[in-house]
Design a protein around this ligand. Structure first.
Ligand code: FES
Length: 124
């Protein structure tokens, strides 16, 4: 693991995020009330970019029907991100999928240095 400086903390405000690529790693950095969180930019559903991308939300409507709805929680809870491809939701802080308990997105630790710069701890 190595800490990589990505930007100044003032560039990502509460409720916002940015996508970064460092070497072979693509990830989104999110700011929620209590801190900064980084998620791997790879959705476990079909391998699309979880943290960016155009919406094709209707593609799997028939697949996600049982008890859950696409984008069911993201409007009501501030710590969730919905994949822009099909709307499956994940907890930004843990990477846990709300639709399937066996899906979890890799998370990376984010720290703020003395100058206010964000650093993400990435695998070598
Ligand atoms: S690729 Fe993310 S919900 Fe389908």
């Amino acid at each position: 693991m190595s800490k990589q400086a990505i930007c100044h903390s003032s560039e990502i405000t509460v409720g916002k995020h940015k996508v970064f690529t460092v070497g072979r790693h693509s990830f989104g950095v999110f700011k929620v009330d209590e801190g900064y969180y980084a998620l791997k930019n790879l959705c476990p559903h079909q391998g699309m970019s979880l943290c960016e991308g155009a919406g094709v939300f209707d593609q799997i409507e028939g697949e996600v029907t049982a008890d859950r709805k696409l984008r069911e929680y993201v409007a009501a809870e501030k710590n969730l991100v919905a994949c822009p491809w099909h709307g499956i939701e994940f907890d930004i802080r843990t990477g846990q999928c709300l639709f399937r308990q066996d899906w979890k997105v890799k998370t990376y630790e984010v720290t703020v240095d003395a100058d206010g710069n964000l650093q993400v701890d990435l695998p070598d």
